[in-house]
Design a protein around this ligand. Structure first.
Ligand code: FES
Length: 125
C-alpha cells in the first residue's frame, strides 16, 4: 500500500473543439440532454438545449452553489421549456445567454460550453 488516499477524478470545465456529441435527433426539439465526457483522467459535465436547429451548451454547474442543475436525468428546462432551471433552489436561466433571470443567483450566469450543429451533428467548437 502506498498510504495515499485515492484522489477523485479531476473535474473539467471545458472541452477540446471538434468532439462529435451526436446527431441533432439525439435531443428532442425543445428539450435538453446531459453529456459527460472523459478527457484523459478528468471528466467534463455539460448539457445541450435544442430549439429547432439551434443548440446551446452549458457547463452543468449552477453558479448558486456549484451543484449540477438536474436531479433527474436531462431535466434542465422549465415545464414550458422556455427557461433553464436548477432543480435545487429554483434558479432560472435564459436559454440563449445563460444569464440568471430569477432565483438565488441574480447577476450570475451559467458557463457557456461552445457547441454547434455542423452537417447534422452536434459538435464542440
Ligand atoms: S444550486 Fe442551483 S439554485 Fe441553488
Amino acid at each position: 500500500m502506498s498510504g495515499q488516499e485515492p484522489q477523485p477524478p479531476a473535474r473539467l470545465f471545458s472541452t477540446p473543439a471538434g468532439v462529435k456529441l451526436g446527431p441533432l435527433e439525439l435531443i428532442a426539439d425543445g428539450a435538453a440532454r446531459n453529456f459527460v465526457l472523459q478527457i484523459g483522467e478528468g471528466f467534463f459535465h455539460g448539457f445541450v438545449v435544442r430549439q429547432g436547429e439551434a443548440v446551446r451548451g452549458y457547463v452543468d454547474r449552477c453558479p448558486h452553489a456549484g451543484l449540477p442543475l438536474a436531479q433527474k436525468l436531462d431535466d434542465y428546462l422549465t415545464p414550458a421549456g422556455d427557461l433553464i432551471t436548477c432543480s435545487w433552489h429554483g434558479a432560472l436561466f435564459d436559454i440563449d445567454t445563460g444569464a440568471c433571470v430569477g432565483g438565488p443567483c441574480a447577476g450570475a450566469a451559467l458557463r457557456p460550453w461552445p457547441v454547434a450543429l455542423i452537417d447534422g451533428w452536434i459538435r464542440t467548437t
